[in-house]
Write a protein that binds this ligand. Sequence first.
Ligand code: NAD
Length: 257
Amino acid sequence: MGMFAGKVGLVMGIANDRSIAWAMTEALVAEGAELSFTHLPSPSSERRVRQLVDPLQPKVLLPCDVQKDEDIDRLFAAVGHAHGGLDFLIHSIAFAPPQELRKPYLECSREGWHLAMDISAYSLVAVSRAAAPLMSEGGAIVTISYFGGEKVMPGYNLMGVCKATLEHTVRYLAWDLGRSKGIRVNAISAGPMRTLSSAGISSFDEMRDHAVRKSCLPRNVDPKELGTTGLYLLSDFAGAVTGEILHVDCGYSIVGL
Ligand code: NAD
């Protein structure tokens, strides 16, 4: 019996089999978790996600655009109805218009800034607030960040500012939800992975090469290692860990070179 047997989770942010949320799903399923899922409200997104998750026979697979409160309300009502509660939530979502990422941060538009912040940072507030009433026994929430939220990574630009906001959002949510409901909130700061999202970052290949040259472990992170870190943060082994940004980056972030 796996260590997540009898536990119910919601995974938000699978686009395809390269998604970090999918790596976390595979790890959780191997440990016996029962999962529900979301996809972007488009036929192609639904088709790709459905193909991956259908074999898991999820009780809930619904469209959710995190910019829409009505999508979030409908999703969590369905999860409550289907499962009666929730033990954990994975938020693995970010977006910025590609043209905004190609510009220096100085040049980002007001509209692009608001859109990127809404999807990449505010969404964690919105979904955590919706999930909390379903987590009556305490619970755990994990989101995914990047080192570009702590230090300037040329090319990461507007998304770096979103990640800084996301990381401090993790801390404030950890306070609010820890005090009120015993819910833990943490982030994984992941090393660079080739995914749909990372394709929008012009300096991405350079980031990956640089990570290999500079990291304590001279290689890039394996997606499976994000999955197993997710297991740890969502499990009772991390029962006293909250408000934490855990770097899973082969030690890249501790080197000052
Ligand atoms: P991905 O493209 O597979 O996942 C991003 C997800 O965000 C997609 O599933 C997409 O549907 C979802 N999304 C975008 N806009 C949305 C909206 N309005 N409503 C709901 N969902 C929306 O790429 P990924 O690399 O797996 O990204 C997952 C998370 O990991 C992101 O927060 C990303 O910033 C972060 N991250 C990625 C890397 C990397 O190198 N790939 C490194 C560190 C952190």
